[in-house]
Design a protein around this ligand. Structure first.
Ligand SMILES: Cc1cc2nc3c(=O)[nH]c(=O)nc-3n(C[C@H](O)[C@H](O)[C@H](O)COP(=O)(O)OP(=O)(O)OC[C@H]3O[C@@H](n4cnc5c(N)ncnc54)[C@H](O)[C@@H]3O)c2cc1C
Length: 308
């Protein structure tokens, strides 16, 4: 592997669902973990910054681009050799929907509630992606990583999964593969859950809009001032968290727009690019929303999306 293998000056926006960001000095796509490790080693040797991405559905690059190497670890298929009883071992370049479909088809339960979440398995592990109080981290048995020196295995407890959080948000490690522990389920029931959830998502929003899903994290109840909690409609609380969309709607978020970025009409916590937006606009709008919520409710919002 040399720098000649990389694409030069690749626009990053088309590789992200928000369609934001400038160009990468160097860019490489692979679904081969040896190649991924070789890229990371080369970047280190050349003293270049290196960012590993998956499906780009939670990543926002700066307008000025990325002055280093972006590796898109993406693609692949599953087969019977990925299965060992109720365990599935996958390279994390795999799109999450392929994994969910595979598990459902093989009558394995655990992943069906993640139906319709965009991106790859790696991005899902980093952000402990989930829906309806089901999180991928709960299914992880072990994760294979390259820590910059060597390849090693982490057990679930070492991944420190939390709400939209894991150790991978703090460390500069590359995730190569993961072993998930599922349980036997009924294929018909799993298929119905999966289809219903996708239908439900399609009714809520159009998948072709440029966004990264929920922008801010919901608020754990221990962070909500007690006086405020008493006044809040209980339907705005789920899974021990207060809906940030509710707080944003209460501060008038839905009428706000900066440049090509606006708050979606259907959800206060979806920020949307009309195709002309810039990362700078998004940051300004996000800061404005944070200030409005802080001033009205005394709550600090935290981004779920990842600014590079
Ligand atoms: C319409 C829409 C709906 C969504 N709904 C949900 C939802 O219901 N629940 C939910 O949790 N999320 C949701 N999301 C957010 C997003 O899809 C998830 O966070 C997803 O898991 C991100 O995966 P990705 O591959 O696209 O990650 P990316 O955006 O490519 O990467 C995310 C982060 O992980 C890092 N990363 C990726 N791969 C690796 C790797 N192999 N090694 C090390 N680091 C890596 C990247 O550097 C980046 O920091 C939604 C997004 C959209 C656009």
């Amino acid at each position: 592997m040399t720098k000649d293998h990389f694409i030069k000056n690749e626009p990053l926006a088309p590789h992200t669902t928000f369609r934001l960001g400038g160009k990468a000095k160097y860019f490489f796509t692979t679904n081969n973990k040896e190649e991924l490790v070789a890229c990371v080693k080369l970047a280190k040797k050349e003293k270049m910054s290196c960012n590993v991405m998956g499906g780009g559905s939670n990543t926002i690059f700066p307008d000025k681009g990325f002055n280093g190497l972006v590796v898109k670890y993406h693609g692949g298929k599953l087969s019977a050799k990925n299965l060992d009883g109720t365990k599935i071992k996958v390279d994390v370049c795999l799109p999450l929907w392929e994994l969910v479909n595979f598990s459902v088809k093989n009558s394995l339960s655990g992943l069906e509630y993640l139906s319709g979440i965009p991106g790859n398995v790696g991005g899902a592990v980093v952000g402990n992606a989930g829906a309806y109080n089901h999180f991928i981290g709960d299914l992880v048995e072990s994760v294979e990583i390259f820590d910059g020196q060597k390849i090693r295995q982490l057990a679930n407890k070492d991944c420190r999964f939390g709400y939209r959080d894991s150790i991978f948000k703090k460390k500069n490690w590359v995730i190569l593969s993961v072993v998930l522990n599922l349980i036997k389920g009924d294929k018909k029931t799993l298929t119905k859950i999966s289809r219903d959830l996708i239908k439900n998502r399609n009714e809520k929003y159009d998948y072709n809009i440029f966004c990264a899903g929920s922008f801010f994290k919901n608020i754990p109840l221990k962070k909500v001032p007690k006086a405020l909690l008493k006044k809040i409609d209980p339907t705005k609380i789920a899974g021990g968290k207060l809906s940030v969309g509710y707080l944003l709607e209460e501060v008038g978020a839905k009428s706000l727009k900066i440049g090509g970025i606006s708050v979606a009409s259907f959800h206060g916590n979806f920020l949307v690019n009309d195709g002309t937006g810039k990362t700078a606009d998004l940051k300004k709008l996000a800061n404005k929303l944070k200030t409005l919520v802080k001033n009205k409710f005394g709550i600090e919002l935290e981004e779920e999306v990842r600014f590079i």
